[in-house]
Design a protein around this ligand. Structure first.
Ligand SMILES: O=C(O)C(=O)C[C@]1(C(=O)O)C=C[C@@H](O)C=C1
Length: 278
């Protein structure tokens, strides 16, 4: 009975025989499953980025001086140009995707499937915190999990890895919109008064589950350890596995505890504040 979703959301399935009766089925368990799956992409993309040194010149304006007519760093150039291409093929028609440089993006050149009933409130499209994600990634995260060094020969590959990391983090953090919508639908009588009072603190309290956050932090650290092991056919002991990690597992739990979950919650609050807008 399930037909493919439209716009192309990876995780949301539309049920029903016709467009009119189609219902978007999504619950907290399903949303959390998606967040768990997205952890894999984040951990893998960070492992890939950690192969290269910090390459800090890549993030300075001078790095793109040879590109005519472009004012910005090489990483900005690569992300901007990639987003132009992705926009032409309809990537940003999906409510799960958010560009880092939204101004002046071209419309899709290929036909996008007709829109099914929106799951999110219309105000969702006005929420994009990628400028905050960009800043924390470049200024706080990169110095933590890359080794100091400059290798001009690897700039392009480094930037491509940065792009994957940024996109994976952005998708996960903005997924807070879906989490918030599900929570609101589950308990409108609890969220309604806080929304009408525009009470950020009350909303934050309502949507926070500390036990889940602890579990998430432990799980991502474990994933970092497992995914970044050298796979060896000979059995290794646990200490050995820990030492050979390509990325420090405790960094992953710190990343989630200090940035990923707080920013996901910020997106949830921003969304809920607008949830009853007409
Ligand atoms: O699972 C939830 O309920 C969420 O809102 C997601 C999330 C997270 O970002 O992982 C955020 C807030 C909660 O405190 C727990 C976890």
């Amino acid at each position: 009975m399930a037909s493919s979703p439209s716009p192309p959301c990876a995780e949301i399935t539309r049920y029903g025989n016709s467009k009119e009766e189609g219902l978007l089925m999504i619950d907290l368990e399903r949303v959390r499953k998606s967040l768990i799956r997205q952890e894999d992409s984040i951990v893998f993309s960070l492992i890939e980025r950690a192969k290269f040194p910090s390459n800090s010149s890549l993030y300075k304006s001078s790095s793109s001086s040879q590109i005519p007519g472009f004012d910005g760093s090489l990483i900005q150039y690569i992300v901007k140009e990639t987003e132009i291409l992705h926009s032409k093929i309809g990537r940003y028609e999906s409510p799960e995707e958010h560009p880092f440089f939204p101004d002046g993006l071209p419309l899709p050149l290929i036909p996008c499937p007709p829109k099914s009933p929106e799951f999110l409130h219309g105000a969702a499209s006005s929420i994009n915190i990628n400028s905050t994600i960009w800043k924390f990634y470049l200024e706080e995260l990169l110095p933590l999990f890359t080794k100091q060094g400059d290798d001009t020969g690897s700039y392009a590959c480094t930037a491509v890895c940065d792009l994957s990391c940024l996109q994976a983090l952005s998708r996960r953090i903005h997924y807070g919109k879906f989490v918030a919508e599900v929570k609101f639908r589950d308990a409108p009588e609890e969220y309604g008064p806080a929304i009408r009072a525009q009470d950020r603190d009350a909303l934050m309290k309502l949507l926070t589950f500390e036990d889940i956050e602890e579990m998430v932090k432990k799980r991502v650290a474990k994933k970092a350890m497992i995914f970044s092991q050298e796979v060896n056919l000979k059995e290794k002991d646990a200490d050995d596995k820990q030492q050979n990690c390509k990325i420090d597992p405790s960094l992953l739990s710190r990343l989630y505890g200090e940035w990923v979950m707080p920013l996901t919650k910020l997106v949830q609050v921003e969304y809920l504040l607008r949830r009853l807008d007409k």
